[in-house]
Design a protein around this ligand. Structure first.
Ligand code: SF4
Ligand code: SF4
Length: 387
């Protein structure tokens, strides 16, 4: 017999505690966030894929869906269970909201013969993210460090990030392109989160990550999780790690990349890579951008926008009158070497969290785990071969 969820505690559950609630009560949690002024964003089905968009309640979630992913392949299908979070990550990363694909930075207007410059107002959005996976939390931690961790803070990212509420979800099913376990970023969610859920058949097991998370959970009928439920939740997450099919061997990875800078393997990848930029755009950690100045047709105002860009684009490498990386081989090498080697020197972590998006959404089926494995089989080469 299932425990009585109406016997709920009256005090908000404190950070570090673990409670259980009926899965349909997630609707109350979402409604509570909306009442508190949050724009609630979560997974939903659009164009035959799981995307992140504003949701109004649990009926907008992809209940009963699972995804099938392989290199260059994504399929969504229904299965026989009414699971809320059995799918894994889709093409969108949460960076779309914290660091939007395009945003205005400032504008200038002609007023009475003078030019008046105005900085774009800081964003006021207050997001609540529903269903953030462990790899995505790791990516948010990385982008926090990039945008707010050094002497130059991005105020636009910071403004959104400071107001963010995160409801994380521990993965109970691994996608075929996932490899988070091998890079230490999953499938168990680590902070920062306000609440982390693990989905069981009848209930969600909720770990409270913050005071605010406890206050939100206080609005939802709940009770302390039993020992059996905690053990079942832990086992589901461990089973996810055990069934992960891909892995990235991180042993001496930084040195491996730096020791193969002039290896002919990069030319081999270039025969397959289309330089389409998909891998960088879907990646939750990639942050390259360019700026562009635009004007109106009357010449009365102009403004500067920041747009996502990609190291795979030749124009992005334009320096001192010419593209610095003209070949696809040099651009693929730049991407992989920055992600897995230069990033470690710059930010102290790998630039890859093992989400597998770049594998799934590469039209040429190029697989970052396979390319690293192939480099491992090759002797080091740091000098260019005489031609
Ligand atoms: S590796 Fe794949 S996704 Fe990335 S630029 Fe090349 S073809 Fe596009
Ligand atoms: S490099 Fe690929 S697997 Fe790694 S975080 Fe980016 S998209 Fe995910």
């Amino acid at each position: 017999m299932r425990p009585d969820l109406s016997a709920m505690d009256t005090l908000p559950p404190s950070p570090g505690s673990t409670v259980a609630f009926e899965k349909t009560a997630l609707d109350i949690l979402i409604a509570t966030l909306r009442q508190r002024g949050y724009t609630v964003v979560g997974p939903t089905v659009r164009d035959d894929a799981i995307v992140y968009d504003e949701i109004g309640g649990v009926t907008d979630l992809p209940i009963g869906y699972v995804d099938e992913q392989e290199a260059g392949t994504y399929r969504l299908r229904r299965w026989e269970k009414d699971t809320f979070f059995a799918y894994t990550v889709g093409p969108y990363a949460w960076k779309k909201f914290l660091y939007p694909p395009e945003e205005r930075l400032w504008e200038v207007r002609r007023e009475n013969g003078t030019l008046r410059f105005t900085e774009a107002p800081l964003p006021t959005e207050q997001y609540a993210f529903i269903g953030v996976r462990s790899c995505e939390l790791a990516a948010i931690r990385i982008q926090d460090r990039i945008f707010t961790g050094g002497p130059y803070v991005d105020p636009r990212y910071q403004a959104r990030r400071e107001r963010l509420f995160i409801l994380a979800v521990n993965c109970t099913r691994a996608g075929n392109t996932c490899f988070c376990a091998s890079v230490g970023s999953g499938p168990q969610a680590e902070g920062p989160y306000d609440i982390a859920l693990t989905e069981l058949d009848e209930v969600f097991i909720a770990h409270v990550g913050s005071v605010l998370g406890g206050q939100i959970l206080a609005e939802v009928p709940h009770r302390p999780a039993t020992e059996e439920e905690r053990a079942a939740a832990a086992e589901r997450v461990q089973a996810t790690a055990r069934t992960m099919r891909r892995a990235l061997d991180t042993t001496d990875l930084r040195d491996l990349l730096f020791n193969h800078q002039e290896h002919p393997h990069w030319e081999d990848v270039a025969t397959r890579c289309l330089a389409c930029t998909n891998c960088t755009l879907v990646c939750p950690t990639c942050f390259c951008f360019s700026v562009e100045d635009l004007t109106d047709l009357q010449g009365e105002s102009a403004w500067r926008v920041r747009r996502w860009d990609s190291c795979f684009s030749q124009a992005f490498t334009y320096t001192a009158g010419r593209p610095a990386r003209q070949s696809i081989a040099s651009r693929y090498r730049q991407w992989l070497t920055h992600k897995l080697a230069g990033w470690v020197d710059q930010f102290g972590v790998l630039g890859c969290v093992g989400c597998g998006r770049c594998i799934t959404w590469c039209p040429a089926q190029i697989d970052i785990t396979e390319e690293v494995a192939r480099l491992r089989e090759q002797p080091p080469q740091t000098e260019r071969s005489p031609s």
